[in-house]
Write a protein that binds this ligand. Sequence first.
Ligand SMILES: [Zn+2]
Ligand SMILES: [Zn+2]
Length: 269
Amino acid sequence: MVDEDDAPFLLREELERLVPFESSARSSFVGRLGDLLDCPDDLARIVYDQLITYATRRLVLTARWLRRPEDDPAAYTVRLRTFIRSQYRPPHSKVDSLVSLLQACVAASSRRPSDATRNALVKEARARGLRCYLCGCDLSHDGQDARRAPTVDHVWPSALGGASMPTNLRVSCKACNDAKNDSVGHADCAFPRLSTHVSQSDGSFSNALPWTFRFAIWSRAHFACTLCGASASEAGPLGVSRTERSDNWHLLNILTTCGRHRTPEFQFP
Ligand SMILES: [Zn+2]
Ligand SMILES: [Zn+2]
């Protein structure tokens, strides 16, 4: 039996092994478009990650959809195996491991952390003065600021098989939890839309870069300052800056910055 903690990551790794990233694929349409936009490797990698996430999501959600309330475990295994063999084309030797990983993901996705677990995590965050692990804001434990209210977030979304275990749970602010939803990172957001002509000194910059996009930008930097590596929880509120000042704001031209590496000009609203 596969450990539920690891199942979604092992599933993703299995897909990556079945269809590996080929950095030499410069002649593909993504490679050629990347050449045109002067970001051949970045673009190819982000498209690859996005499609691997798509495949992971599709498999887990299909496996959830295939489960019937009246199923016993053996009947579900048979149905899942039949479906995988008839609708997908993994090598024969991989079918059983895919079926076990999907079963573990489906089992995890139906669990939720208990109120006691949630309360204990929030209480601990308060006692230790922890910040939101995603954006670095100070959590509002007294209910004064609903956007910064502490919530318990699944690092890997439960809808996609993330376990409701302490290893996969963190305390985040409500704004980040809502923006993250069941996304697994920057490659999982609508990144081609993450581009704006609005400048940071403009009042509409916040609207042009809503929290879902900020989450995507910070996720690309693993929720840490790109320049010094300090994490959001250590460094406090994260901001953004451009890598190339002569270029516009778009995902591949935005850095994540901590307070120390933010100039007043780049103060995030
Ligand atoms: Zn946050
Ligand atoms: Zn920094």
